[in-house]
Design a protein around this ligand. Structure first.
Ligand SMILES: Cc1cc2nc3c(=O)[nH]c(=O)nc-3n(C[C@H](O)[C@H](O)[C@H](O)COP(=O)(O)OP(=O)(O)OC[C@H]3O[C@@H](n4cnc5c(N)ncnc54)[C@H](O)[C@@H]3O)c2cc1C
Length: 416
């Protein structure tokens, strides 16, 4: 692909961002720090619900880098310092502060309506123009730029031109759909049910600083999450294949989720007396991929590029990392440097995504859990695994990151 000369000031804005989720806001913050003019078009009106509430410590580093950390620290979100994995009678706790990689070992469990609004409001204050209820429907190349068409809620059609578009539209996947970039994910079709509950769990018996991931007692492909919030509520959800859900045909989504959680005695006890805050929602077939993460005058961020699976809470971390990497390349391109999107954006991004991918594959193949739960692991190996679970999937000093598949295979043999 030829290296296009990007010129600040050439169009009415320098960069258009589609979507004001985590990837969009963090990208805007990076670009504004470089003095570029940024417009965000967001389909919904904020605050709006979004799934993806358990952050990883790696996100803190990126928020700090773009001066977005302080408002998040001040928002009163639930602290998070690790994760608990439960499997039959066994359980293992990972404390992210005991990780191999340097950097943050703590983070937050966040209600995304509030989290995403804080980030979007902050970048608006910093100078980004954010238009809500603006659905992007069409893009086309023009001389020296790219034009985008968006629709407001009354059906009126508007256009905007820019030098470059960052697609951060999440599961909306605007450019992958318009430019025919979508390809099937390597991961199979799965479905998730989730809600928030007001819980009655006594503080003395429960560590709200950790999320709990529990494998279903009767089906090792099915798992449940429990993410405590600071206001006495919890996010809970289940992930399974459509075949697993067939046994609940005829039941409502509320009843189905209740049955799934009640199959596990520990979870059933924890959730005694809990009340749903709203009816159970569902999302299905969310794993996705693309045949290219960039092209002339555009790049894909976060879920608009690739989404793997929720089991290791990697979504927001990958969204942030993609924004960081893409904006670094954009900065150079706007400065007139010759850039290579493949080498400077895609390859580094995929480095970390593929580490998570190896963990997700091994989780569903059943090889990872015995490693996580193995009681006599070398503390150094535990720290290396902990680093990936904390989101440091791009730290090449970590042998697990250097070759995740090989590492998992080797440790798996040793644990047997
Ligand atoms: C069941 C489940 C559980 C998950 N749990 C976690 C978790 O615990 N931790 C974690 O880190 N991740 C989790 N994730 C993943 C997480 O939700 C996403 O990875 C993350 O939100 C991606 O951020 P994003 O900015 O790319 O997209 P999004 O957060 O989806 O933001 C995209 C924005 O684009 C807007 N948009 C869409 N189409 C258009 C359009 N045409 N025009 C304008 N705007 C548009 C949307 O309204 C939205 O606001 C989970 C995912 C699933 C499916």
């Amino acid at each position: 692909m030829k290296n296009i000369l990007l010129q600040p000031g050439k169009q009415s804005v320098d960069v258009i961002i589609i979507g004001a989720g985590p990837a969009g806001s963090v990208a805007a913050a990076y670009l504004l720090e470089q003095g570029l003019r940024v417009k965000i078009f967001e389909k919904s009106q904020f605050p709006r619900f979004s799934i993806g509430e358990s952050l990883l410590p790696q996100t803190m580093e990126i928020l700090e880098q773009v001066n977005l950390l302080q408002p998040i620290v001040e928002a009163g979100f639930q602290h998070k310092n690790g994760a608990i994995f439960r499997w039959q009678e066994e359980h293992v706790e990972f404390d992210f502060r005991n990780k191999f990689s340097p950097g943050w070992g703590v983070t937050y469990q966040v209600q995304r309506d509030k989290f995403d609004s804080i980030l979007a409001n902050q970048v608006e204050k910093k100078g980004a123009e954010v238009t809500y209820q603006a659905t992007v429907k069409y893009v086309e190349y023009i001389d020296d730029g790219i034009r985008l068409e968006w629709h407001d809620n009354d059906g009126n059609v508007h256009t905007e031109t820019a030098q470059f578009i960052l697609d951060a539209s999440g599961f909306g996947r605007v450019l992958p759909k318009l430019l025919d970039l979508e390809i099937p994910s390597s991961l199979p079709f799965r479905q998730s049910l989730f809600t928030h509950v007001i819980d009655q769990i006594p503080l003395a018996t429960f560590d709200r600083n950790k999320i709990i991931i529990t494998v279903h007692p009767h089906d090792c492909q099915t798992w449940m999450w429990l993410i405590p919030f600071s206001d006495g509520s919890l996010s809970l959800g289940a992930v399974a294949t459509p075949t697993f859900y067939q046994q609940f045909d005829g039941l409502s989504l509320d009843q189905t989720l209740e049955r799934i959680f009640h199959a596990d005695t520990h979870l059933a006890n924890l959730l005694k007396g809990a009340r749903y805050k709203y009816p159970v929602k569902q999302i299905a077939g969310y794993s996705s991929s693309v045949n290219s993460y960039y092209g002339d005058r555009y790049a894909l961020l976060g879920n608009a590029g690739e989404f793997l699976d929720p089991v290791f809470s990697s979504g927001v971390t990958i969204a942030f990392k993609s924004a960081q990497l893409a904006c670094d390349v954009l900065k150079r391109q706007f400065a007139g440097e010759t850039v290579c999107w493949q080498q400077q954006f895609v390859e580094p991004l995929l480095g970390g995504i593929n580490t998570f991918r190896a963990f997700v594959d091994a989780w569903y193949e059943g090889t990872l859990l015995p490693i996580l739960c193995y009681p006599n692991k070398d503390p150094e190996v535990t720290a290396m695994i902990c680093s990936v679970l904390a989101g440091y999937a791009w730290d090449k000093r970590n042998p697990v990151v250097q070759d995740s598949q090989k590492f998992i295979r080797l440790i798996s043999e040793l644990c047997q």
